[in-house]
Design a protein around this ligand. Structure first.
Ligand code: KMH
Ligand code: ZN
Length: 275
């Protein structure tokens, strides 16, 4: 089974002070995505920043980022509706009006580091229904086992597509710790046929990405999840992290998915652009 690699160049938290190569302007984000695409990524997970580097759900900035990416490469777009802890849910949810092929769906509220990540049940249901109606594939973010149960309830209500796609998020303070045991425990509970990847935050990023690949999962790579390419060495952008994930996959005898491969595996409803 091929490996879908997702590049995640900019998360909600780090700034250029943490890593000067973190992209924050639309052009910088697009350039980082294009570098990730050339290194082997088929999907781009996108967070937006305003001119002060703050997370934003501004539709104008979103449009500029998507246009700048499309100018450079045909990578599949997955917009984060997680956006950042400071942005209210309804603003975050409006991002799907930009019609990405995919968007994240965070099923539950939780503590997140020192803050709170608010995803009220009825609002999550409304967003899932809107994504279903727009043909946008949700990536379901699982930070703890109860989150998987919540997703399965959404499925049972007819709010999710047949092909389920999960991210198992490990290492957020407030969610599961980044341990092999937590990863395995979650993988074992996923429904048959689900597509999944590991999002390993922080210093266990490499090890848990490798274990996820060995277990048959996909991989996510980029400065959103770790700022370092090896212990004590800041990564010069996200491409070295994508290259590292590609090497891991190939070392395990797994091929890296192209954009059309990823469209087929993820059951996406949108046509593929060709370069
Ligand atoms: N930032 C990660 C902890 C999202 O953007 O909606 C999880 C994530 C989810 O990437
Ligand atoms: Zn994200």
């Amino acid at each position: 089974m091929s490996v879908i690699v997702t590049v995640a160049p900019t998360g909600p938290i780090a700034t250029k002070t943490d890593n000067p190569t973190l992209p924050t302007t639309p052009q910088e984000i697009a350039d980082a995505v294009a570098d990730g695409y050339r290194a082997g990524a088929a999907v781009a997970h996108i967070h937006l920043r305003d001119e002060m580097q703050r997370p934003t759900a501004d539709l104008g900035i979103g449009r500029r980022v998507l246009e700048a990416i499309a100018d450079q490469c045909p990578i599949l777009i997955q917009l984060s509706t997680g956006v950042g802890l400071s942005v209210p849910f309804e603003e975050r949810a409006r991002l799907v009006d930009l019609h990405p092929q995919m968007a994240t769906l965070n099923p539950c509220s939780m503590s997140f580091g020192d803050g709170e990540f608010l995803n009220p049940p009825k609002s999550v249901e409304r967003l899932a229904a809107k994504m279903r109606d727009l043909g946008i594939t949700p990536e379901l973010e699982i930070y703890d086992t109860g989150h998987l149960d919540s997703c399965l309830r959404l499925r049972d209500k007819g709010l999710l597509p047949e092909q389920l796609q999960f991210s198992i998020v490990l290492g957020v303070r407030g969610g599961m710790a980044a341990t092999p045991r937590n990863l395995l425990n979650t993988v074992e509970q996923l429904p048959d046929g689900a597509v999944w990847q590991v999002i390993a935050i922080g210093k266990s990023n490499l090890e848990l990405t490798a274990i996820g690949l060995a277990l048959g999962g996909n991989a996510r790579a980029g400065l959103e999840d770790t700022l370092y390419v090896e212990k004590g060495v800041l990564s010069a952008g996200s491409a070295p992290l994508v290259t590292r994930a590609v090497r891991l996959a190939e070392g395990l005898g797994r091929q890296v998915a192209t954009v059309p491969d990823a469209v087929a595996r993820l059951g996406l409803l949108w046509p593929v652009q060709t370069a």
